[in-house]
Design a protein around this ligand. Structure first.
Ligand code: AMP
Length: 175
């Protein structure tokens, strides 16, 4: 099954020049959704994964399903100000300005083995910030998995350079 065929592309969204890769069409297709989650977790079957961390918001859907399949717990990594209990956070640079992500300070125990999941890796800024945050909380990052890679933006390479094994399912040219 060709997963790239069930991902919808919306040109010039949210701004001119961006090709937005919309996974809602993949999620709405039962076979494609199952296949994507199977392929995300397949390399880690037989590996001990304590927790899957998903990045808000699309990483929650894929990460939740992956956690269930791996019999692992799930950790939501959220935008600043969304989590109700005591949090730890990191700031990361955007094209203009900065953003911040947070997780609950008690979401994982020292040394727990964590797999990071999101829908797409572009520059890798978001995923690197999440790795930073999870490591600060004591995680051993065993892998990061994404449905979509935009290799021209170099995020997967950046993540590998930070010592994180990366797996992706489909790649698209450009931004
Ligand atoms: P980055 O931090 O540059 O790797 O961007 C990754 C984050 O931004 C992910 O959470 C993606 O969901 C979102 N994102 C970036 N570029 C796109 C794109 N072309 N289409 C859909 N989502 C994108």
């Amino acid at each position: 099954m060709d997963l790239s065929g069930v991902i919808r592309t919306i040109p010039d969204y949210p701004k001119p020049g961006i090709m937005f890769r919309d996974i809602t069409t993949l999620l709405g297709d039962a076979r494609a959704f199952r296949r994507a989650v199977d392929e995300l977790v397949q390399p880690f079957a037989g590996t001990k994964v304590d927790k899957v961390a998903g990045i808000e918001a699309r990483g929650f859907i894929l990460g939740g399903a992956a956690a269930h399949q791996l019999s692992a717990g799930f950790i939501p990594v959220r935008k600043r100000g969304k989590l109700p209990h005591r949090t730890i956070g990191v700031e990361y640079a955007l094209e203009y300005g900065t953003d911040a992500i947070e997780m609950h300070a008690d979401a994982l125990a020292q040394g727990e083995r964590v797999m990071l999941v999101d829908d797409l890796i572009a520059t890798g800024g978001t995923a690197l910030a999440a790795v930073d945050l999870l490591r600060k909380a004591g995680a051993e990052i065993v892998a990061a998995a994404f449905v979509i890679d935009l290799p021209e933006l170099g995020g997967a390479e950046r993540l590998r350079a930070a010592g994180v094994p990366v797996s992706t399912l489909v790649a698209f040219d450009g931004h």
